[in-house]
Design a protein around this ligand. Structure first.
Ligand code: SF4
Ligand code: SF4
Length: 436
């Protein structure tokens, strides 16, 4: 029986155009722009200067901070400049621009291939050295997640739900790189000895389940759980609830419910680091939406401009009115496609005008649909009321900090209220209040 959680919505999946199409490898572009901040935590400091030659995989940025990861060159070539450049988050951040020499001269991770002889500590250190972050979008440093979960968890959940509309990159990874996924899980099972592993897949991907089953073979430490196809099934708290029946308490982490969750493409990246010595320098990106001529999944180097991905998909079929990095529910709106793919980029979507739902006079008709769909059991209609009157302490009292910004309430609202956007502001204000 497929598992699930309370609430959620059923948006049109829009996955059919890319789910059945094999991943295409995009040649590395002439120039890559690599931001020093592609993760949650402290940005890396550049380690290279303009004019230096770098190899693919060479570390070009790092810091001593615990919640951080090093950054690597994704091509071999010459550093053109080190300075501020436009980031997909809309800000200008410290970045290294490298001119590709087309040689792909690799500097592999030191000691990667000897991992069977490594201690637990050395293995986690290698995951940090590889710069691996969560590939589901949040980009939290994986080594920090592992260290904070060690000794507290008895279940490892591999998040293969991919519940956001349009995105199929994880689906294709499960079909085409299932062996990498399972090998990555086995590496993690060596770090977290004596825990069980559950790969959680939505029941609209039977071919992916079959592919994973083949890769798992007789390994009874790994099982597959089917989830109902529902958004946001891939949210960590919803996933844990659906798979184990456990609740993550408000303000707490999955480890507090005895679980650690990794995205399915993250574990494939872990396998590449340990078996090929390859840091986190590439990823599969879904390029889709009504403004894209031929939607595809592309394997690209981090630092490739989004415009190069669009060109590989035949360009825009019409002028896009809205561009999003990530999914339509939780992605980040873009005003330019001249920003780079970063480690957390799982999709780039471009939409034409007729899909825009903006209205001039949004109004609440008190239908209660937002309350029914909220997976965090919040009261969006009241939260909106308080937030629109700057009553931030009331918002905090009503647990606005638990809002995962999934967008389900906004999607469902017949009054077209900008609920999620308002809660994003309210969360920041409530946090500021608490700090004071
Ligand atoms: S955006 Fe926040 S309030 Fe709205 S449904 Fe998601 S968790 Fe609930
Ligand atoms: S769904 Fe929209 S219109 Fe209905 S109660 Fe919630 S905020 Fe109001």
């Amino acid at each position: 029986m497929a598992h699930s959680f309370r609430g959620g919505i059923h948006p049109d999946p829009h996955k059919e155009t890319t789910a059945g199409r094999a991943i295409e490898a995009l040649p590395a572009p002439p120039t890559v722009q690599i931001p020093m901040s592609m993760h949650i935590g402290v940005p890396a400091e550049p380690l290279v200067k303009a004019g230096e030659h770098v190899k693919m995989g060479q570390k070009i940025g790092d810091t001593d901070a615990f919640v951080s990861v090093p950054v690597h060159a994704t091509v071999s070539g010459t550093v053109k400049s080190v300075g501020m450049a436009l980031h997909p988050n809309g800000a200008r951040v410290m970045s290294v621009i490298i001119e590709n020499d087309g040689q792909d001269e690799l500097e592999p991770l030191a000691r990667a291939m000897e991992w069977q002889m490594m201690t637990q500590d050395e293995m986690i250190a290698l995951i940090r050295e590889a710069g691996i972050v969560g590939h589901g979008g949040a980009a939290f440093p994986t080594h920090a997640k592992i260290r904070s979960a060690l000794g507290k968890v008895d279940a490892m959940i591999i998040n293969a739900a991919e519940c956001e509309p349009y995105i199929t990159s994880d689906h294709r990874v499960m079909l085409e790189y299932a062996d990498d996924v399972v090998a990555g899980i086995r590496i993690l099972l060596r770090i977290f000895s004596r825990i069980r592993c559950i790969i959680a897949v939505e029941n609209n991907k039977p071919d992916a389940v079959e592919s994973l089953r083949r890769a798992i073979g007789a390994d009874n430490r790994i099982k597959i759980d089917l989830l109902k196809t529902k958004y946001p099934q891939g949210g960590e708290k919803q996933l844990i609830r659906a798979v184990t029946g456990r609740e993550v308490p408000p303000g707490k982490l999955p480890a507090d419910a005895g679980c650690v969750v990794f995205n399915v493409d993250t574990v494939a990246a872990i396998n590449r680091a340990f078996t090929q010595g390859l840091p986190d320098i590439q990823r599969v990106v879904t390029v889709s939406g009504s403004a894209i001529t031929t939607p595809k999944n592309l394997l690209v180097r981090v630092g490739t401009p989004l415009s190069a991905l669009v060109a590989a998909c035949g360009g825009y079929r019409e002028e896009p009115q809205k561009m999003v990095m990530g999914g339509p529910m939780m992605g980040v709106a873009q005003f330019s496609d001249e920003v780079p793919v970063i480690r957390g980029t799982n999709a780039f979507l471009a939409f034409s005008e007729n899909e825009d739902r903006r209205v001039d006079d949004p109004v609440c008709i008190r239908c209660g649909r937002c309350v029914q769909v909220c997976p965090m059991r919040l009261l969006p209609t009241y939260l909106y009321l308080y937030a629109s009157h700057d009553m931030w302490d009331e918002c905090e009292r009503m647990h606005v900090a638990d809002c995962m910004e999934c967008g389900a309430c906004t999607f469902e609202c017949p009054g077209s209220l900008h609920l999620t956007q308002m809660f994003r502001v309210a969360k920041a204000k409530a946090m500021e209040l608490r700090r004071r």
